[in-house]
Design a protein around this ligand. Sequence first.
Ligand SMILES: O=C[C@H](O)COP(=O)(O)O
Length: 261
Amino acid sequence: MTRKPLIAGNWKMNLNHLEAIALVQKIAFSLPEKYFAKVDVAVLPPFTDIRSVQTLVDGDKLLLTYGAQDLSPHESGAYTGDVSGAMLAKLGCTYVVVGHSERREYHAESDEVVNKKVKAAVKHGLTPILCVGEQLEVREAGGHIEHTTAALIAGLKGLKTEQVRETVVAYEPVWAIGTGRVATPSDAEEVCAALRSALEEKYGAEVAQDVRVLYGGSVKSGNIADLVKCENVDGALVGGASLDGEEFTKLCALAAGGPLP
Ligand SMILES: O=C[C@H](O)COP(=O)(O)O
């Protein structure tokens, strides 16, 4: 099958709900409708913005979707500060990022916790964007394929084959996040292809062919076109460049094959 590319803007801890409204309006009204047929566009704002984004998307019947950057592995209860999958589903979220390297690093999230979060997402009908990626020292030692494939398989543990088919995977080398040091298209393709092979080995070729594998790490309008030309790169998880409406719109148009609006 042909996988439809996904461009997902991970805003991280940026923009309040008023700024969120302005940015979503800018993207939705600058990107001509025809591009949404060629590329799925999603924004992933902080929790505090999601209700405002939902109101805008529903009210104006916008073609972009939205999601969250994290969720609790628990259903409900005494987990101060956490947000559950059920709450995100109620807000109409399509996606939720799980296992971003910033969560793994600053919140000590292990593969086991990530796996619980993936299961919580799937349980509530959310599409997890499962992030895996190696640190610089792992890459320099040549362990990047082993590291990322092991994290992928651990993150998906216990999911049914059909649930794996619906999951989005994001390869985000830690050394390329927010550093301006983008992996080359061949670096990205090497790992994305290896991730797909690992899925094929475990879940079969048909499922592996359906799973979207994104690249993330210093993606901009200047490098997206070459990245999405790679056979196994099905779009991007975009950080910094997703905060600028003009730049993000350009990036989405280029991922859809252009021309620029
Ligand atoms: O989730 C997005 C990634 O961490 C990439 O961030 P960046 O585009 O700012 O490098």
